[in-house]
Design a protein around this ligand. Structure first.
Ligand SMILES: [Mg+2]
Length: 254
């Protein structure tokens, strides 16, 4: 089993380091969950039955997140859309406050969604070690940022934390019309740098996107596994790290 700080390759063979954004550099999940609380409390004042679903953070993780996934899947599982978040709020009302008239239910759900759209972005924070890791890696390697998501959200996140200056190339899936794990978006990310695929390592938190895609593209991969998750399927990374800063030892930077 790969373990933290046990490189499965010689760091001297690495020429470029690639980072995923959400869940890797940026603690988006906390922003989504914490931002959910106030709109959910507001919606519960309209539909008291929603309170029976449980504590807001739990409702976000267990119920709302599932509705987002279902909406995404129903749409074919392609590029992320803000519509899935709107649908998630509508599903909360439609499925758990069934006595609500559909029109009013959707109007109130949409109002909660609008509040949510305002509440989660200001809560976005980089992981505590992200700046230190970016500085240390940047001192030695050219870096690329390779993120799945819609342009408006991803560019907002990048701008908010002034991330672009660190990277030789920033690649947002919607902008290029390709998504991880498609190896074509990995190839696109390093095209301007003229390096061999095997000399690139991609660091990400989602094995099915980050590890599988990197492997299909002929890159190395490091899986950031902060929660001690069990590896999904056959997406085995070259190295597993428990925190982002684990990559520094992998790359021989400390
Ligand atoms: Mg991610």
């Amino acid at each position: 089993m790969p373990t933290e700080a046990t490189p499965q390759f010689d760091p001297e063979t690495i020429a470029v380091v690639s980072f995923d954004l959400d869940g890797t550099l940026l603690d988006s999940r906390t922003a989504w969950r914490e931002g959910f609380r106030a709109p959910f409390a507001w919606l519960t004042t309209r539909y008291p039955a929603l309170a029976g679903l449980g504590e807001a953070g739990e409702v976000h993780d267990r119920v709302y997140q599932r509705y987002l996934d279902e909406a995404h899947l129903a749409a074919g599982g392609g590029e992320w859309s803000v519509d899935y978040m709107r649908q998630g709020w509508r599903d909360l009302v439609a499925r758990h406050a069934p006595s609500a008239a559909t029109t009013d239910g959707n109007a109130n759900a949409d109002a909660a969604f609008a509040r949510y759209e305002a509440s989660w972005p200001p809560l976005l924070r980089l992981f505590e070690d992200a700046t230190r890791v970016l500085d240390a890696v940047h001192a030695r390697y050219p870096m690329v940022l390779l993120t799945n998501g819609n342009t408006a959200y991803q560019r907002m996140k990048i701008e908010m934390h002034d991330l672009a200056p660190w990277f030789a190339h920033v690649v947002v899936s919607e902008e290029v019309g390709l998504m991880k794990p498609d190896p074509a978006i990995f190839a696109h990310a390093i095209a301007p740098l003229g390096v061999a695929p095997a000399s690139v390592i991609h660091i990400g938190d989602t094995p099915a996107h980050d590890v599988a895609g990197a492997r299909a593209a002929g890159w190395r991969s490091a899986w950031v596994n902060r929660d001690g998750r069990v590896l999904e399927g056959a997406h085995v990374p070259d190295v597993e790290i428990a925190t982002l800063s684990g990559i520094l030892e992998v790359l021989g930077l400390r």
